[in-house]
Ligand binder design. Structure first.
Ligand code: ADP
Length: 176
């Protein structure tokens, strides 16, 4: 599935983010940036130890923010490590923090001249964000960003499991 917003294509696929050939892939990291399970574990396994070496020097990352390393052995040249919120009840700033992850990742991409980027479903695994809400926030935040800022040519959402893929598909189809 694909939609064009100005100069930027937004795509949605079901697959494995570690295999993407976009210039950057985004990691759903935790605040330590020192590795974890889920997509984080998969990225460090596929990219090799160079990524963790760089992460150690970054001194962690606040929730809602992101930091960049190289991509080690990945096809992607860069990994942008974004820290999503742990979902509690939706009344602890979770929607704003989740939106901030997507915005900060795209800002860091622009600062580094990155034109193509792939995102996983940040916070939708171990951090238990309700997937329909997370999908809506992810897609509308990215669409707003690329409407307002030039430079990103491709944003690809890479969803791993069926449930997440279908939720993102519904949010994507609803996008004007
Ligand atoms: P968080 O801690 O932010 O919730 P997780 O890694 O636990 O992060 O889960 C985020 C999403 O990433 C979930 O939808 C999970 O199914 C998905 N995921 C896990 N492995 C991969 C992968 N290799 N590629 C893309 N998405 C993945």
């Amino acid at each position: 599935m694909r939609k064009q917003i100005g100069d930027c294509a937004i795509e949605l696929i079901q697959g494995d983010i570690t295999q993407q050939d976009t210039e950057a892939i985004v990691n759903a990291a935790n605040k330590t940036l020192l590795g974890g399970g889920g997509v984080d574990g998969a990225i460090h396994r596929a990219g090799g130890p160079a990524i963790l070496e760089e992460c150690r020097k970054l001194g962690g990352c606040e929730t809602g923010d992101a930091k960049i390393t190289t991509g080690g052995n990945l096809k992607a040249k860069w990994v942008i490590h974004a820290v999503g919120p742990v979902y509690r009840d939706g009344k602890h700033g979770e929607p704003e923090l989740l939106a901030s992850c997507y915005r900060r990742s795209l800002e860091i991409a622009l600062e580094n001249g990155i034109k193509s980027i792939a995102f996983p479903a940040i916070s939708c695994g171990a951090y238990r964000y309700p997937v329909e809400e997370a999908a809506q926030i992810a897609i509308s935040t990215v669409a707003d960003f690329v409407r307002n800022r030039d430079g990103i040519q491709l944003v690809r959402f890479v969803l791993f499991d069926n449930k997440t893929f279908y939720a993102y598909t519904a949010a994507f189809e609803a996008l004007e």
